[in-house]
Design a protein around this ligand. Structure first.
Ligand SMILES: NC(=O)c1ccc[n+]([C@@H]2O[C@H](COP(=O)([O-])OP(=O)(O)OC[C@H]3O[C@@H](n4cnc5c(N)ncnc54)[C@H](OP(=O)(O)O)[C@@H]3O)[C@@H](O)[C@H]2O)c1
Length: 233
């Protein structure tokens, strides 16, 4: 099986890549920084020397970044079985006080990157007998909160995209899963004082995703909602 995981040099994307490599799934690692991707690749190769790990650098907030990554996929792998739209970012800000252009920036990376990349890669996914698309949304795409309204808007949009895609691809046998993680340890939490036990680990998200891949063709997990045991932060 071959998987493309966007934004997989670190954080949740990297944890998923690690889980895939441990389960003999070949991965394309991706981010805007090829050096970080290559370093992630070296770490992953230590876990499974038989796997095929490739790296691609592309800025998905730009149309030509989508082209670079999709061309890379068409040129370098025979079949694409898993597309995992994970690349995303958090910028704080509310509707009434955010700097001009903030919503556009968030929509470019948190929605349009997944929308455009999926569009571009659907012909390739159709050739797989077990195609599966995962869209990493957020609990911010289910419940709004003050301070992060613009991020919430972008994740509500991602939620809508993913659920509509599920309806469109249902009859073709292509699975679509929307993932709503709550607070999960990654670089964005580095400067917070949150303790390890209060927040989920990226490996928890990866574990939930691999269990969906193991299901029979007759079943799809439409939604995964994960929260820290003590609730939202
Ligand atoms: N951590 C949480 O608490 C949490 C909770 C719910 C949902 N999420 C979602 O989970 C996903 C991953 O988040 P994370 O916390 O793991 O973030 P992270 O540690 O910051 O990792 C983000 C990844 O995306 C890449 N990326 C960012 N902007 C990009 C762009 N314009 N083009 C291409 N690649 C880009 C980053 O690499 P470069 O910066 O080097 O390009 C990195 O590989 C996001 O969609 C986020 O919204 C996170």
């Amino acid at each position: 099986m071959n998987a493309l995981i966007t934004g997989s040099s670190k954080g949740i994307g990297y944890a998923i890549a690690k889980k895939f490599v441990q389960n003999n799934i070949n991965v394309i690692l991706h981010s805007r920084n090829i050096i970080e991707c290559e370093s992630a690749k070296s770490e992953l190769e230590l876990l499974n020397s038989k796997g095929n790990i490739l790296c691609c650098e592309a800025d998905l907030s730009k149309k030509n970044g989508i082209e670079i990554l999709s061309e890379f996929v068409y040129k370098n792998i025979q079949e694409l079985d898993i597309l995992l739209n994970n690349a995303g970012t958090y910028i704080k800000g509310d509707i009434l006080n955010a700097q001009e252009g903030t919503l556009e920036k968030l929509m470019d990376i948190n929605l349009y990157s997944a929308y455009n990349l999926t569009h571009r890669l659907i012909p390739k996914l159709r050739k797989s007998r077990s195609a599966h698309i995962f869209n990493i949304c957020s609990i911010a795409g289910l419940n709004p909160y003050k301070g992060g309204s613009l991020y919430c808007i972008s994740k509500f949009a991602m939620n809508g995209f993913s659920r509509c895609l599920r309806e469109e691809l249902k009859s073709e046998g292509i699975k679509v899963t929307t993932v709503y993680p709550g607070a999960t340890w990654s670089d964005s939490w580095k400067n917070s004082n949150v303790s390890d036990s209060r927040i989920m680990q990226a490996e928890d998200v990866a574990e939930a995703i691999i269990s969906c891949i193991r299901m029979s063709p007759a079943a799809v997990v439409e939604e995964i909602l994960l929260r820290p045991q003590l609730g939202d932060l």
